[in-house]
Design a protein around this ligand. Structure first.
Ligand code: FAD
Length: 383
């Protein structure tokens, strides 16, 4: 079986790796360099605390791989499990937390509800009065996305995947309604399957095959700061779900801070989409919101650096993973969760190509048909 993968991010490389392991001849076309897209700009969060069963399942299967990553890929991805703490300001969000924890526990995730009185057990300087409840899962955490991507890329190439960088795919070919190949480097290359793993550009790639899939790029920024008081490395990644701000400890007391306060951009029209500095307005807002969560981000907090990247977002914040047309598999629209869900996704893509169905997880709810039938499944735990 010959497979072409479009996109040299973590989803493309994980797919290439698992496809090759199953025996496919795999070529990855990447328009620039490995990691050019969102993967290297991710915060590296890996968690099981999602609000829908399908996302929890993608996490469970992916965490299984992240846990033994070093053994399989010979790369230490600095996977630290200091937990995730979700915070609710409103009764409505607290109600959602109760439902989430019940569902997560049923799926074997040992998350728990936290009373507002006990929230400071998880972060000593938390402004606990601001919050009515929290949820915590000690096995959530984060890893280094760059190292993880290199791990997949190196192993994939070692076992025979052909990775062609600086080679954009410029067209997709069909015969009798089925996708049969691509144009890249002014050449036509045939394949039994073409996998769209083009991240924030995935909607454009789908259009080359005349498929209209609702995936749009949204700009997201992140900064590294020295908080007024150091964040202990054992503190959890903390998300104020009602304002969207999140932060987690970095090394030596520093913190990564992010949040969703700006809107859609077309990356090809906006040179700022991948800026290595953050917007001043955004920086002021995100630090103010962080200081509403914890007094650690007092007025003497110092910004060290920041960067921007792109989320590839669908209307219900779930990915599309399906064979959209015969021979055309899409693994797109991860809406801010694509780093952590890449290991499961790579295996699912492989099952779709080889078996025409998946056994790792039931992903029927992730087909694009949901946007036509209205049977969408909103993910609420989005930061
Ligand atoms: C600030 C920020 C924080 C984030 N934090 C987290 C987090 O904590 N946890 C998490 O799980 N996720 C997080 N994410 C999301 C995560 O980074 C993405 O979901 C994930 O990296 C998507 O991987 P991908 O391989 O699909 O896309 P990408 O890494 O974007 O790769 C797509 C590749 O396709 C290539 N491409 C595009 N068009 C073409 C073409 N025509 N031909 C060939 N190649 C092409 C691009 O150059 C790119 O390299 C974050 C994202 C941002 C921006």
């Amino acid at each position: 079986m010959d497979v072409i993968v479009i996109g040299g991010g973590i989803v493309g490389l994980a797919s290439a790796y698992y496809l090759r392991r199953r025996g496919a001849n795999v070529t990855v076309f990447e328009k620039k360099n490995i990691g050019n897209g969102s993967t290297d700009r991710s915060a590296g969060g890996i968690r099981a605390q999602f609000s829908t069963p399908v996302n929890v399942e993608l996490s469970r299967e992916s965490i299984d791989v992240w846990t033994r990553f070093e053994e399989e890929f010979d790369v230490d991805i600095e996977y630290r499990r200091s937990g995730y703490l979700f915070l609710a300001r409103s009764a409505k969000t607290a109600q959602l937390f109760e439902e989430n924890v019940e569902m997560q526990n049923e799926l074997g995730v040992s998350s728990r509800l936290i009373d507002s009185a006990n929230l400071t057990d998880y972060h000593a300087e938390l402004n606990a009065d601001e919050f009515v409840a929290g949820t915590y899962h000690e096995n959530d955490g984060f890893a280094d996305p760059h190292l993880a991507l290199q791990g997949f890329a190196q192993k994939a190439q070692e076992i025979g995947v052909d990775v062609r960088t600086s080679t954009p795919v410029t067209d997709i070919y069909k015969r009798d309604g089925a996708v049969v190949g691509v144009e890249a480097d002014n050449e036509r290359v045939s394949a039994d399957f073409v996998v769209n793993a083009a991240g924030a550009w995935a909607g454009k790639i789908a259009k080359l095959a005349d498929a209209d899939l609702p995936v749009v790029p949204k700009r997201r920024q992140i900064l590294v700061a020295d908080p007024e008081s150091r964040l202990p490395e054992t503190d959890p990644l903390t998300i104020d779900l009602d304002t969207g701000v999140y932060f987690r400890p970095e090394r030596e007391g520093a913190a990564i801070v992010g949040g969703q306060f700006d809107d859609v951009e077309d990356p090809d029209q906006n040179p700022n989409a991948y800026s290595t500095s953050t917007d001043l307005d955004w920086t002021a807002t995100v630090l103010e919101r962080a200081s509403d969560v914890t007094s650690a981000f007092g007025p003497d907090t110092k910004v060290k650096r920041g960067w921007a990247g792109l989320y590839a977002v669908t209307p219900d914040h779930h990915p599309i993973i399906e064979e959209t047309l015969p021979g055309f598999i899409n693994a797109i629209g991860f809406s801010g969760h694509g780093f952590q869900h890449a290991p499961a996704t790579g295996q699912l893509v492989t099952e779709l190509a080889f078996d025409g169905a998946t056994s790792l997880a039931d992903i029927s709810s992730l087909s694009s048909e949901r946007f036509e039938t209205g049977r969408t499944i909103e993910e609420h735990n989005v930061a």
